[in-house]
Design a protein around this ligand. Structure first.
Ligand SMILES: Nc1ncnc2c1ncn2[C@@H]1O[C@H](COP(=O)(O)OP(=O)(O)OP(=O)(O)O)[C@@H](O)[C@H]1O
Ligand SMILES: [Mg+2]
Length: 226
């Protein structure tokens, strides 16, 4: 059996006297969609940030392939985030001054792709997420649901190995949320990206292959608690 694509063991992380993570562990294989569930404040976002190398745990290790993220330099972690990881957050976090197509092309441009091919790829991704018609509009002039689709297109355009999504549909109504989840998981499966999906909604978690529950900074599989 091959080792998981991304794994974390015995993570501890405190903010002052608050223990956000207390012995959390996690593993995900290539192409797998895992939902991270749990109540507000249980440590879901902190876990995602540690897994993505955005935050460094106080104790424990995160291994991406054979790279120990905690031991890697800041430069190495940033490079990995640019080339191997994609991100979608609750509120799209698109660059307000850029059009949708420019937003999606941006990570490709940062990876050295020239403007024309980057925008051609971006256009394909916007079409795939069914928002090709807003390509020339800026985020302030499109709906929340369209903005999230643009954010998903941006996250996947670089063909990341791992997509990190923190409440990606949290700001959407249920119909829009379900369509975004369908498109996100479909595109992730087609590109064999693993997806770490943080959510507290069961109907969003239903799109995953497996659930991990975080409670008071500890992780467990739901079957162990039922
Ligand atoms: N930057 C920070 N500074 C101080 N405390 C923090 C910080 N980030 C998280 N915490 C605390 O760590 C704990 C875990 O927070 P985290 O954001 O990981 O929870 P969460 O499960 O994502 O919650 P939610 O569902 O509300 O997003 C909480 O008690 C939170 O207040
Ligand atoms: Mg959170």
């Amino acid at each position: 059996m091959s080792a998981p694509l991304l794994r974390a063991e015995g993570l501890h992380k405190a903010f002052g006297s608050t223990a956000a993570l207390h012995d959390a562990s996690f593993a995900i294989d290539a192409g797998e969609v895992v939902a991270v569930m749990g109540p507000s404040g249980s440590g879901k976002s902190t876990l995602l940030h540690c897994l993505a190398g955005i935050a460094v745990p106080d104790q424990g290790r995160v291994l991406y392939g054979d790279v120990d993220l905690g031991a890697a330099s800041d430069a190495k972690r940033s490079a990995l985030r640019r080339t191997d990881f994609g991100f979608v957050f609750q509120f799209g976090q698109l660059v307000p001054e850029l059009t949708a197509v420019e937003n999606v092309a941006l990570p490709l441009r940062l990876n050295g792709v020239a403007r024309r091919p980057a925008e051609a790829t971006a256009t394909e991704w916007l079409d795939r997420l069914e928002v090709g018609d807003v390509a020339r509009k800026t985020p302030g002039n499109i709906s929340g649901g369209q903005g999230q689709r643009v954010a998903v297109a941006r996250a996947l355009a670089t063909r990341p190995r791992v997509l990190f999504a923190d409440e990606p549909t949290g700001a959407l109504d249920s119909l829009n949320g379900e369509r975004v989840m369908e498109l996100l998981t479909e595109a992730a499966r087609e590109t064999s990206a693993a997806v770490v999906l943080v959510t507290h909604e069961a109907r969003v978690a239903a799109y995953s292959d497996r659930e991990v529950v975080v409670r008071d900074g500890r992780t467990r599989s739901p079957e162990l608690t039922r």
